[in-house]
Design a binder for this molecule. Structure first.
Ligand SMILES: Cc1cc2nc3c(=O)[nH]c(=O)nc-3n(C[C@H](O)[C@H](O)[C@H](O)COP(=O)(O)OP(=O)(O)OC[C@H]3O[C@@H](n4cnc5c(N)ncnc54)[C@H](O)[C@@H]3O)c2cc1C
Length: 400
């Protein structure tokens, strides 16, 4: 940035990343920021974290942190080394949003309220250097060194354009207009349908710290987290992870995704030893100490096993089936539940973006931040962290 010059900056999209970069930039008197959106700033934050806004995740080891992004891991290592979780929490504090770390390491605002977080963040946009235009940007082009934006209402010219349009938007079209490559878009973090419909009878049942294993292109994948059986699908953070790592796989009735669930943290040998010490107990009573009774009832029904029978009377086959139902349950995902996705995999190709500045390598003065990029993470605050950090890195570069 040349000393003394006033820069006109357009921010397209005022969700997490666009709203945040607008706050940071409008603190500089040399930046005149115009934010475009079809809804009020930060509206997209309202449903996040179940209405509590899961801002980030408390992991200090950057290499561990970036493992939570099936797409964008290497790029974010560079971004987060400039502004990672600690820097962002510091900035939130400065903006008057105090945070706390929950026992599962997820970070939330102390108010536990997305609405209050949105109000607080929006209050920082009431600056002389920021103008909000409730307009949809439909075209970007370049003319004589300036960026020309056509909206549904007017035409504008800017020195700098920041595209922060998130997933599910025409932001990809805008990127294409500027010659950027878009990695195919796929739903990620979705609930899954399974072939074994009997399990839907367990609707409402949650299992914590489950281990899911599957094979992907001959590679063994192991994921951990909670799962929830719902009325017509299976969901929860660990299922979201599974849907995320398999976002580019075809999953259909004909070509199901086979996966294995270890519902409890015990080995076969440990359960067998326990069985030996409890031979007089009924099957149902014995197995119900590990998992909710409704699960065992359904498993007994499925395997046509009499639950009142004593453990000692169990056949070898019954024993095998019951133990496996706890530590090696095979299920088949037959599809992703439509419109259940939380984020979009794919987007602007990271090879065309400078991870130290978020600037396009094709056009000086054009920036991309947030989910419009080919970056997506697991649930736990990782997707918002990408937005905050990208916004900071971009603003820092523009200040220099
Ligand atoms: C239900 C739900 C819960 C979630 N919870 C969490 C969570 O707790 N933690 C977490 O880390 N992540 C969460 N996510 C994901 C997270 O919200 C997104 O990754 C994040 O909001 C993406 O930010 P962004 O700035 O890239 O885009 P967005 O926040 O989606 O903002 C994009 C904005 O651009 C505007 N826009 C688009 N195109 C145009 C255009 N052409 N002209 C003008 N404006 C335009 C849109 O109206 C929108 O306001 C959740 C997502 C969902 C759906």
């Amino acid at each position: 940035m040349e000393q003394g010059s006033i820069y006109s900056i357009a921010v397209i999209g005022l969700g997490a990343s666009g709203g945040f970069v607008s706050i940071l930039l409008s603190k500089n008197p040399y930046m005149k920021v115009v934010g475009f959106d079809i809804q009020p700033p930060f509206s997209t934050l309202l449903p996040t974290g179940g209405g509590r806004c899961n801002i980030s995740y408390d992991e200090n080891d950057l290499r561990e942190f970036v493992k939570n992004y099936p797409r964008g891991e290497k790029f974010l290592l560079s971004v987060f080394s400039i502004a990672g979780k600690t820097k962002i929490i510091e900035l939130f504090n400065d903006l008057g949003i105090k945070t706390y770390v929950q026992s599962d390491k997820r970070i939330f605002p102390k108010t536990n309220s997305s609405k209050m977080t949105v109000e607080k963040l929006s209050s920082h946009l009431k600056s002389d250097n920021f103008i909000f235009k409730r307009e949809k940007v439909i075209k970007i082009s370049k003319d004589d060194g300036k960026y020309v934006l056509k909206t549904d209402k007017q035409i504008y010219k800017f020195d700098v354009v920041i595209v922060a349009t998130g997933g599910h938007s025409n932001g990809y079209e805008l990127a294409k207009q500027m010659g950027h490559k878009i990695i195919p878009l796929k739903p990620s973090l979705c609930a899954l349908d399974i072939k074994e419909k009997n399990f839907y009878k367990l609707s409402g049942l949650t299992f914590n710290n489950v281990e899911i294993t599957t094979k992907l292109q001959r590679k063994n994948i192991k994921l951990t987290g909670d799962i929830l059986f719902a009325h017509k699908f299976i969901t929860g953070p660990c299922i979201f992870k599974l849907s995320s790592v398999t976002a580019y796989e075809e999953i259909t009735n004909e070509n199901p995704l086979k996966f294995n669930l270890k519902l409890i943290n015990l080995s076969k040998e440990e359960i067998e030893a326990d069985i030996k010490n409890n031979s007089k107990k009924s099957i149902k009573k014995f197995f119900s100490k590990y998992v909710p009774e409704s699960y065992i009832t359904e498993i007994l029904h499925l395997y046509k096993t009499e639950g009142t029978k004593q453990i000692a009377q169990m056949t070898k086959n019954e024993k095998e089936l019951l133990i496996n139902s706890l530590i090696s349950l095979n299920l088949n995902a037959t599809g992703r539940i439509k419109n259940s996705e939380i984020v979009t995999a794919g987007g602007v190709d990271l090879d065309e973006i400078n991870s130290k500045t978020m600037e396009s390598k094709l056009h000086k003065g054009l920036y991309f931040i947030g989910e419009v990029l080919n970056i997506d993470g697991y649930t736990g605050g990782f997707n918002l962290q990408n937005c905050w950090s990208g916004a900071f890195v971009c603003s820092k570069h523009l200040f220099n």
